[in-house]
Write a protein that binds this ligand. Structure first.
Ligand SMILES: NC(=O)c1ccc[n+]([C@@H]2O[C@H](COP(=O)([O-])OP(=O)(O)OC[C@H]3O[C@@H](n4cnc5c(N)ncnc54)[C@H](O)[C@@H]3O)[C@@H](O)[C@H]2O)c1
Length: 445
């Protein structure tokens, strides 16, 4: 393929818009197609449909090279067609490929060669199925390449333009080479492989990252039992060059649009082939339990949670995004509400709406913690680093912080007059804290 190509993108979500914007930044012409009229209208008017740092700048800077459309026919001009549609879990836990198939149904019929490039995360074997479907439809001019995406929300543009590697799995060498050429201005190792292996690289990489998270979370839980500090432990472990420091941060578990669904999809993929992926099953279970341990910590300090006011600080599944998909805050809010607690919720950008029905959304951290019996740091927003202030302490009914991301310094927080409990670290002596009375015991007036 020549230097500057025309790139079609199915899907104007996180992956689709970052892919489109970054390929435009690399000098290609881009056509982004979505099926949601409001989304396309917003993009045409220069408005972002979600929060992702740097993406608005990239899209604005390359406005001349990017078109947004509802009409799949406009993709006829494209040399490569990137599929970036969602692949959510089905009821059975397998990946739902219906959006991928709908993109396939919409493929424009052209006389020249086009390459369909799968960026969505799909089960191993999808490429084979798509190739068979293309052949059955007489679309022999359309090649197929698996090019999984590894970007992380919050720094997606950086991840796309400076990736650790570019994985390209192709049936035909020339198609793989064509896709590699699209990235020629990016200096990163390129892994050229077969389609099934490329599909598996994405699933295995995510599963490994999740394994590290659940592993360090279990170490944290043991640290709590035996009096060690997981932050110190992770630092000491991570300096081993065979292990490295990444994804060794203990917390309240992973969430988001990828890890939960991709782990389930890989587990089901293995099960469907008759293999019980025990390690992954444990990783998933540990993650579920980890979110719920926050409730136990609150109960340990507050007793029954009925009528207690709990501030959930940070709602997005991680800092830097407004994405609420599979956010641990949703599990915490619903568990707290089920226990009869009052939930105040704050986030700088995420607006959970109906997803967090029953919780009261606050405009500021101070508003959320005023009168609260506990504040829980759920997402590691920088804005929360200063939480242990005199103003917050005085506003709370009980100055109790459960730090679900080990964001604060335990000693400083205690010195500032808070009872503090992180994850995998020593907790404060809470005996000195008075229990707030149950609502029925409160004297009115
Ligand atoms: N979000 C991430 O951090 C991330 C990272 C790596 C990989 N992925 C994978 O990439 C894929 C996309 O994820 P996402 O987060 O961008 O999803 P998303 O839900 O944000 O966006 C998907 C978009 O595709 C659109 N769409 C659906 N059917 C379409 C069609 N036929 N034609 C055109 N557009 C269509 C939807 O309207 C939506 O706007 C998923 O498989 C995901 O697992 C996501």
């Amino acid at each position: 393929m020549a230097e500057s190509q025309t790139i079609g993108v199915f899907g104007a979500g996180w992956v689709g818009l970052v892919t489109g914007g970054c390929f435009a930044e690399l000098g290609h012409e881009v056509i982004v197609r979505d099926v949601v009229p409001d989304r396309i209208a917003a993009l045409q008017a220069g408005r972002m449909p979600f929060h992702e740092p740097d993406l608005p700048d990239v899209l604005a800077r390359n406005r001349e090279r990017i078109r947004y459309t509802l009409d799949a026919g406009d993709l006829a001009d494209a040399d490569a067609l990137f599929v970036c549609v969602q692949t959510p879990p089905t009821y059975s836990g397998d990946a739902d490929l219906s959006f991928v198939w709908s993109a396939l149904d919409d493929l424009p019929r052209v006389d020249r060669r086009q390459v369909l490039v799968m960026k969505s995360t799909v089960p191993v074997g999808t490429g084979e199925k798509v190739r068979a479907a293309l052949e059955a439809r007489g679309l022999t001019n359309v090649g197929y390449v698996s090019n999984p995406e590894f970007l992380a929300e919050g720094h997606a543009v950086r991840d796309f333009l400076a990736p650790d590697r570019i994985v390209i799995g192709a049936f035909a060498d020339e198609d793989g080479a064509g896709v590699e050429a699209l990235y020629s201005r990016i200096a990163a190792p390129v892994v050229r492989t077969d389609v099934a292996s490329a599909e598996m690289i994405k699933l295995a990489a995510n599963a490994f990252l999740m394994t590290r998270i659940s592993f360090i979370n279990e170490i944290a839980n043991v640290c709590e039992a035996v009096g060690a500090d997981v932050v110190e432990v992770a630092q000491g472990v991570g300096l081993d060059h065979r292990l490295g420091p990444h994804f060794l941060r203990a917390g309240i578990g992973y969430g988001g649009s990828c890890f939960p669904k991709d782990s389930l999809a890989l587990k089901q993929l293995a099960s469907n082939s008759g293999y019980h992926f025990q390690l992954l099953a444990a990783v998933i279970e540990v993650n579920e339990l980890q979110k719920r341990r926050v409730i136990q910590k609150l109960q340990k300090h507050l007793g029954r949670l009925r009528g207690k006011k709990v501030a959930l600080l940070g709602l997005a599944f991680k800092a830097g995004t407004d994405d609420m998909r599979e956010a641990p805050s949703l599990v915490l809010a619903s568990r707290l509400l089920a226990e009869g607690a009052e939930v105040r919720a704050w986030d700088p950008v995420a607006r959970p709406g109906e997803l967090m029905k029953g919780a009261v959304l606050s405009d500021s951290v101070l508003e959320a913690v005023t009168g609260a019996d506990a504040a829980v740091i759920v997402t590691e927003w920088d804005e929360l680093r200063g939480l242990a202030s005199a103003e917050v302490r005085d506003a709370m009914t009980r100055p109790l912080i459960i730090d679900g991301r080990n964001l604060l310094d335990p000693e400083e927080t205690r010195r500032a007059g808070f009872a503090y409990e992180g994850i995998g670290r020593q907790s404060s002596a809470f005996e000195s804290l008075p229990e707030t009375p149950e609502p029925s015991e409160r004297v009115s007036g």
